[in-house]
Ligand binder design. Structure first.
Ligand code: NDP
Length: 253
């Protein structure tokens, strides 16, 4: 991927881990590669774009939308704007990074509307976007799908039921992609605790379970920078030894 013309799509590229993935991938990709950066905050997306050395398009994307036409038209519209055809690329890569954290105890998850909104953003939208990616880039020979996962996909964290459930479901969904399409490289990457808004503004202030709140307050001081975690991700990709569809954590050997 780092040696041929690549089209790279990154969700949640406006800040935090997604922005760091975009900038670090840009340093490695060939000059003729292109980036498609997605999120809702246009201004922050433009800031990320400024630091990308390849051709790059940013697009407003709310992953929780139920508007089918968004998923049908998003990628073709971006390719159009970049004046490129899918046949030009040796590699196509998508990083499903966008995500949100909801910190309620299970007994308080009474609102059907907010529970379904949560899964729309964190699960359904990623599944629909990924299907569009598989279709649009079906003739690109080498494809890589990265799901940004979490330790929360493997174990419960009290008051984070929605986050843990969505991450577990995403891991299994991406394992399915790997199983159905063995030629596509698929990785569920858990990036470790990161110094981002999700940790410092949400986990450390809104977690309803007092013990979890304390653990994350303590963890915030020791959290990793996004760049540190992304360099590990790049090392994993370059090593190319992961089993297709596996969950690989920053702290794994
Ligand atoms: P941030 O809150 O800093 O960034 C979240 C990103 O997701 C933003 O770019 C945001 O863009 C985007 N996003 C949020 N809601 C939507 C939406 N409805 N539609 C489209 N994009 C959306 O979080 P992090 O950078 O920390 O998180 C990135 C990923 O890493 C997540 O999947 C998270 O679960 C995972 N992770 C984070 C850890 C941590 O310690 N921080 C630990 C383990 C995993 P915008 O608001 O512009 O739409």
């Amino acid at each position: 991927m780092f040696s041929g013309k690549t089209v790279c799509i990154i969700t949640g590229a406006s800040r935090g881990l997604g922005k760091s993935i975009a900038l670090n991938f840009s340093n490695l990709f060939t000059k003729d590669s292109v980036f498609i950066l997605l999120a809702r905050d246009d201004k922050s997306l433009s800031d990320t774009k400024q630091a990308i050395s390849q051709k790059c398009v940013t697009q407003y994307f709310d992953q929780g939308t139920l508007d089918q036409s968004v998923f049908d038209s998003l990628l073709p519209r971006c390719l159009n704007e970049l004046h490129v055809n899918t046949e030009e690329f040796e590699h196509a890569c998508i990083v499903h990074n966008a995500g949100t954290l909801e910190c309620e105890m299970t007994e308080d998850l009474v609102s059907v509307q907010s529970v379904s909104n949560y899964f729309n953003v964190n699960l359904i939208g990623a599944v629909a976007l990924n299907a569009s990616f598989l279709r649009v880039f079906q003739h690109v020979e080498h494809k890589l799908v990265i799901g940004i996962s979490s330790l929360a996909a493997l174990q419960p964290i009290n008051s984070w039921a929605l986050y843990c459930s969505a991450k577990a479901a995403r891991d299994m969904y991406f394992k399915h992609v790997a199983s159905e399409y063995p030629a596509i490289r698929v990785l569920n990457y858990a990036p470790g605790p990161l110094r981002t808004d999700m940790l410092t503004k949400t986990a450390c202030t809104e977690s309803k379970d007092p013990q979890v709140l304390k653990v994350f307050k303590d963890l915030a001081a020791k959290a990793l920078s996004c760049d540190t975690s992304v360099l590990k991700l790049i090392e994993i990709l370059k090593g190319n030894k992961f089993k297709n569809g596996d969950h690989v954590d920053y702290y794994d050997e």
